[in-house]
Design a protein around this ligand. Sequence first.
Ligand SMILES: [Mg+2]
Length: 151
Amino acid sequence: MNGLPIDAKPIEILLVEDNENDVILTQEGFKLAKLKVNLHHVTNGQECLAFLRKQGRYVDAPTPDLILLDLNMPVMDGRELLEQIGADETLNHLPIVVLTASVEERDILKMYKLRCSSYIVKPVDFAQFVRVIQEMGNYWFTVVVLPQQTN
Ligand SMILES: [Mg+2]
């Protein structure tokens, strides 16, 4: 159960994640959490920037309401991506939730220094994972006020 109005427009979430299993888990998590979500998916930081800048095949991509970011990915990892987004005036208002397996103190500190919106360690247990997704969804989409997107 969550507090989202039934006729609310779907939430656009961009998942930046290279692990196919984690993508499926996250999709399942949102489904079970009964959140009306359009979950978009890219597999590394470079693709994420193309999506956010609506370049190439992402020309019709929506501006996400929230970005879920994995840390370890090929081509451009989550650390570099967060740095790039922070340096881009047109993107640095976007809320970014780090969703990772890493419990490394230095990762947690670094991502907060780069101004991530929050840092979540993925629970290994699926039921816990679903609960975290649900609570995160409720927090970000019923408690928090987000910047208005123009598209
Ligand atoms: Mg990864």
